[in-house]
Every structure is written in structure tokens, then in C-alpha cells.
Design a protein around this ligand. Structure first.
Ligand SMILES: Cc1cc2nc3c(=O)[nH]c(=O)nc-3n(C[C@H](O)[C@H](O)[C@H](O)COP(=O)(O)OP(=O)(O)OC[C@H]3O[C@@H](n4cnc5c(N)ncnc54)[C@H](O)[C@@H]3O)c2cc1C
Length: 388
């Protein structure tokens, strides 16, 4: 089968889905393809937190700290866009913005809270620094080791199992063609655009958007550009359903930790603890060491969790970059070829969707992308964008 479209979006996770929707509602003919089922990989396993206050700089086992200050203007822009997402998608995506605490347990971590507060003020992110008494009054369930926290009223989460399918449905309603089980295996220049082999379909398109998540570099390699990525898997844990007891997101400034109670009553515990390399063609199993570390830490911060029952644990793939920063922009040397990915891509989904659509249209993106482009990751290639 042969398909002609303006833009081919490769990967139907939250970035491909939101970008497909944004392009389709702007009037472009869009084809979104995925090699497997949609929303199954990072976007089907994510915690779904919308991080507005500055994030901790290292997951457990992460060598290079991310630049949390550089994230802040991006988080602020994404947060503003998330407000409109439920109305745009036309369904309840269980978007909850009841605020979040980032806790500290040492004097050094209290200093980090102060420093991040300065950055947050600089970029218009509203947070409040709380001393030990204030934070324990605000959230009595906190354990005695918590010495202080910052509070951000805009922190929240959405149900990832609803968000990506909702974006895809909205994209479809706007005219996009969504094709699961269509792996892209070849990309070449074709007249003024690109030819792609995706399963049984051959596509002729004006532009390519690579949102293949942890496989983003594999897709770019099909077009002749070798990018350095550092994909890995991280894991999550879920308790059985509980009566309401936690209204807010709880994170840690010095350690990877996120805890929240979602709409179903389940308490989700994560924080980027590693499960190991991505298993080819299957799910990576959860790591027992990471499970024990993550749960011990969660129970220390919220001792009530120690009385609960764990229902399941799972691991999901993450498209980390060697410098831990997002990657978004045009691929050097390849005409009409754009990509986006990297950590915190759930939070950034509406922002990267708008950014990619603007880039495809030759417009100025909504945020400053300096230092975030794929150019910094190119190992080899970038001269294969010519017709052949
Ligand atoms: C456990 C976990 C917790 C997380 N928690 C948070 C959080 O709380 N907040 C936050 O902001 N971020 C979080 N993240 C990160 C974020 O969720 C992910 O980065 C994001 O969902 C990735 O979306 P994506 O669309 O870029 O990639 P994915 O969802 O991984 O989708 C990529 C898609 O590309 C497809 N694909 C790959 N190769 C091809 C090919 N050749 N042809 C066609 N299709 C292809 C894949 O099948 C896949 O469906 C978490 C991630 C994990 C794993």
C-alpha cells in the first residue's frame, strides 16, 4: 500500500500522539505509525507526573546530573499548556493538580531547596519553602526524618493510560491516519521529501518526525545519522486500592522518589530506580534491588505505606541522553527531519508537540531550544539528507 502525507510521525507514544494531533489540527495530512501497539512503551509505563517545581538532578545510579535550572522555563511552558489539554482532547484524562511537596532530610538538601527556590522565582514557578513544623502540619503523614520541603501548588499528574490514546483519538478526528504494527525499517530521500517503509505500507511524505522514544537513535540511523543516546529502563510500584489518604505528589530533592495516590485509590511509587538495559522485543523484568531501595525510601518518607500491600511492579523504557537533557529539534544535515525525546517527556508532551509542529512549519518554536538540539548528540552522518 502506498500513502502520501505531509508529515510522517514515527512512534505512537505520548510525543508522537501529541505531535500528530497538533499537526493534524493545524491542517496537515499526518500519518502516525508505530512498530507495535500504541502507548505501550515509555508512555504506557510512565508515572505520569507533571513536574512543575524543579526536579531532583539524579535518578539512582545516574552518573551525570541533569541541569535542573535549565529545565525550569521548559516546565513552566509545559505546565501552562497542560491546562488546556483536557478541553482540547474532549475527555477526562484524570488531570489532577493538587500540588506537590519536595522533601529534604539533610542540612545539605535544605540548602538545595533554597537554591532551587531562587531558580524557580527567576522563571516564574511559584513555590513555598516550608520548615520542619510547617511541612509536618501540612502533611502529618510525613516521617520524622523530613526536615523541610518546598510546596508547589501546580504540581500534579494525569492518567497516562488515558492521555496517549486520547491524543491519538483527537488526532484521528482531525484527520490523522494512525497505523500500529507498522515498524519503520527504511528511510530515504524522495523528491522533495522522504520515502519510508513501514510494515506493508510505503509512505511518501514531506517531513519526518522521529518520536521513537528509546529507539529514537535507531530511527535516525535509518536516515544515516548516528546519535548518542543512553536508553535504560526504570521501574514503578503500585499498592492495592486504598481509601483517600494522600492528595499531593511527594518527591525528594536528594533522591529519586515520587509518591502519589491516583484516582483509582492505588498509590504509585517511583523515582527512576533502574531495572537494567532494555530487553530486546520484550518487557524488562523489575529489579529486586531497586524495588527494595525504592520501597524502603518511600516508607521512610511516608511510614503509613509500610502497612500497605504491593499489588505490582513494572519496568518501562526511558530515552535518556548522555547529558540527561531532553533532545528536540531538526537533525543536522537531514532536510525536513525533526525529533524529540529524552527524560520527562510526559511532562513536556504538549510543549514538544507544539515545538515540533512549529519547526515543521518553519516557525519560531515557543521556547528557547539552545543546548537541547540533536547536534550535540551526532556521532556520525548528517550528510545523508540529499536526494538519491
Ligand atoms: C517508569 C517510568 C516513569 C516515568 N515517569 C515520568 C513522570 O512521572 N513524568 C514525566 O514527565 N516523565 C516520566 N517518564 C518519562 C516519560 O514518560 C517518557 O519519556 C515518555 O512517555 C516517552 O514518550 P515517547 O513518546 O517519547 O516514547 P515512547 O512512549 O517510548 O514511545 C516510542 C514509540 O516509538 C515506537 N517505535 C520505536 N521504533 C519504531 C520504529 N522503527 N517504527 C515505528 N515505531 C517505532 C515504539 O514502539 C513506541 O511505541 C517515565 C518513564 C518511565 C519508563
Amino acid at each position: 500500500m502506498s500513502v502520501t502525507a505531509d508529515v510522517l510521525v514515527i512512534g505512537a507514544g505520548v510525543l508522537g500522539a501529541s505531535t500528530g494531533f497538533e499537526l493534524a489540527r493545524r491542517g496537515h495530512r499526518v500519518a502516525v505509525v508505530d512498530r507495535g501497539s500504541v502507548s505501550r512503551e515509555g508512555s504506557g509505563t510512565t508515572a505520569g507526573n507533571l513536574h512543575v517545581q524543579a526536579v531532583h538532578t539524579r535518578r539512582p545510579g545516574q552518573d551525570v546530573p541533569l541541569d535542573a535550572r535549565r529545565f525550569l522555563p521548559l516546565q513552566k511552558a509545559a505546565s501552562d499548556l497542560w491546562e488546556a489539554v483536557p478541553d482540547l482532547l474532549g475527555i477526562d484524562i484524570e488531570l489532577v493538580r493538587t500540588g506537590g511537596f519536595t522533601v529534604a532530610e539533610t542540612a545539605e538538601q535544605l540548602q538545595e531547596l533554597k537554591l532551587k527556590g531562587e531558580w524557580e522565582r527567576e522563571f516564574g514557578v511559584q513555590t513555598v519553602l516550608m520548615d520542619q513544623d510547617t511541612v509536618h502540619d501540612a502533611l502529618p503523614a510525613l516521617g520524622p526524618t523530613v526536615l523541610g520541603a518546598t510546596w508547589c501548588a501546580e504540581d500534579g499528574y494525569a492518567n497516562p493510560l488515558l492521555v496517549t490514546p486520547a491524543y491519538l483519538n483527537a488526532a484521528r478526528r482531525s484527520g490523522a491516519q494512525i497505523t500500529p504494527h507498522a515498524p519503520v525499517t527504511a528511510l530515504s530521500r524522495d523528491h522533495n521529501g522522504w520515502r519510508a517503509d513501514a510494515g506493508a505500507t510505503q509512505l511518501h511524505v514531506g517531513a519526518v518526525v522521529d518520536t521513537a522514544g528509546p529507539w529514537l537513535a535507531d530511527v535516525a540511523a535509518l536516515a544515516g545519522v548516528v546519535l548518542a543516546m543512553a536508553p535504560l529502563t526504570i521501574q514503578m510500584h503500585a499498592t492495592t486500592r486504598m481509601p483517600p489518604l494522600l492528595r499531593n505528589l511527594v518527591q525528594h530533592i536528594g533522591e529519586g522518589l515520587s509518591i502519589k495516590q491516583v484516582t483509582s485509590g492505588t498509590i504509585l511509587i517511583g523515582g527512576g530506580w533502574p531495572s537494567g538495559p532494555i530487553a530486546a522485543g520484550s518487557r524488562t523484568a523489575s529489579s529486586m534491588a531497586s524495588l527494595m531501595g525504592n520501597i524502603a525510601q518511600a516508607v521512610r518518607i511516608l511510614p503509613v505505606l509500610g502497612q500497605m500491600r504491593l499489588l505490582r511492579s513494572w519496568a518501562g523504557p526511558l530515552a535518556a541522553t548522555p547529558d540527561e537533557m531532553p533532545v528536540v529539534g531538526a537533525v543536522p544535515g537531514l532536510d525536513d527531519f525533526y525529533l524529540a525525546g529524552g527524560t520527562y517527556a510526559f511532562t513536556f508532551a504538549p510543549l514538544w508537540a507544539q515545538t515540533l509542529a512549529d519547526l515543521v512549519e518553519g516557525k519560531q518554536p515557543p521556547v528557547d531550544l539552545s543546548g537541547l538540539g540533536p547536534d550535540r548528540l551526532v556521532i556520525e552522518g548528517g550528510d545523508h539528507g540529499q536526494e538519491h
